[in-house]
Design a protein around this ligand. Structure first.
Ligand SMILES: [Ca+2]
Ligand SMILES: [Ca+2]
Length: 382
């Protein structure tokens, strides 16, 4: 057994509150939103889990119907960033990332969430040593509602930003509408071991994963993690810059500051976007020589395991979270869109495309905080 090093901390929840979306809480009164309560009521069919050494798709609970135009929270997601990065432009050309496996190494992930199940293939749980990375005590298949601890929602939220099923009427669209997410649990709640992260990276590499999302970090240089990423130049690592509100140019924040010397690492700051108002999120780390790009990360609606309000009993499967943890998977999904459209590219080429296609918003709001003041723009890639 290798030694376990503690210290990894998720970048989504530190000092930030979780806002679970319940009926009537979102949008104006005139906006018709589909709450988790109604979207979950779709008929559930008999489910069988097929487990084996060869990665397999999770069995879908329901047949997705792609004939209706939008997802319930589509417009809300647009106003908090997807419009500013021209995601709809990209989606009009390309929304299927299935050919590029994307690894999400995170806390628990509800792989059978109705807005994720079609896009998740088998992964691994480094904490529980089994194939199911779902939250502890939570039954993904029955989607039994719980009163979720904030720490249990992170991985599911991140996965939904990368690739919630798009255009299926429920919830949100991910950056990729169809995808092959390899869900890997390597953090227990908010904390985890570097050694488990590294084992997840090794597992992902064996499974042919091309992009790994790392929405976590530690305020130190961790050489073993650096080596795991440096020795895999064929994998693109998209990592969160961290939520300490610090300039990390002169600090070590692993793995974000690896981007200084590793061409296959992209470090992502969080942008707060409110229509045409664009700024660095107050919590986001920054640094013009370490932070590669900014992406929407404030008030991002995405998937969570079905969760209920203790006082009212109302349940939902979506919530709004803020963090560089939410910004990184925007870039991860964008990388998967670019790569699946250009399969001959290498990891460095995909990074170059993401950075090259980025824009400098009016007023240069990321001047002095992000390399070249960049905000991602996936529309420019298509
Ligand atoms: Ca498990
Ligand atoms: Ca959806």
């Amino acid at each position: 057994m290798h030694s376990r090093i503690s210290g990894i901390l998720l970048d989504g929840l530190k000092g930030l509150s979780l806002s679970i979306l319940l009926a009537g809480c979102l949008g104006s009164e005139s906006t018709t939103t589909t709450t988790g309560v109604t979207s979950e009521s779709s008929s559930s069919s008999t489910v069988e889990r097929t487990r084996g050494a060869v990665p397999n798709r999770w069995t879908s609970r329901t047949d997705s119907n792609y004939t209706v135009g939008e997802d319930a929270y589509y417009n809300d997601r647009m106003t908090t960033g997807m419009d500013a990065i021209d995601a709809p432009e990209a989606w009009s050309q390309h929304s299927d990332c299935q050919t590029i496996k994307v690894g999400v190494i995170d806390s628990a992930i509800d792989v059978a969430h109705p807005d994720l199940v079609d896009n998740v293939i088998f992964g691994w749980d480094e904490v529980g040593y089994d194939y199911d990375p779902s939250p502890p005590g939570y039954d993904s298949l029955s989607q039994e509602a719980r009163y979720m601890d904030n720490r249990d929602v992170h991985g599911t939220h991140v996965a939904g930003i990368v690739a919630a099923v798009g255009n299926n009427t429920i919830g949100v669209p991910g950056m990729c509408w169809t995808a092959s997410i390899v869900a890997m649990k390597a953090l227990d709640g908010r904390y985890g071991y570097v050694s488990d992260i590294i084992e997840a990276i090794e597992y992902a590499d064996q499974q042919g994963v091309r992009i790994i999302n790392g929405s976590w970090g530690v305020s130190a240089h961790v050489q073993s993690l650096y080596d795991a990423m440096a020795s895999r130049p064929h994998i693109l690592f998209v990592v969160s810059a961290g939520n300490n509100g610090q300039n990390i140019d002169s600090l070590s924040y692993s793995p974000s500051t690896f981007s200084r010397s590793l061409p296959n690492v992209i470090s992502v700051a969080s942008a707060q976007i409110n229509g045409s108002s664009i700024s660095l999120s107050y919590f986001s780390n920054y640094g013009t020589s370490t932070v590669s790009i900014a992406a929407p990360g404030s008030n991002i609606i995405s998937t969570i395991p079905k969760s209920c309000d203790r006082s009212t009993g109302a349940c939902s499967e979506y919530a709004s979270l803020s963090g560089t943890s939410m910004a990184a998977p925007m870039v991860t999904g964008a990388a998967a869109l670019i790569w699946s459209d250009n399969p001959s590219l290498g990891a460095q080429d995909v990074k170059a495309a993401l950075l090259g296609d980025a824009t400098t918003p009016a007023g240069n709001p990321f001047s002095g905080t992000v390399e070249n003041g960049r905000l991602m723009n996936i529309g420019n890639s298509f």
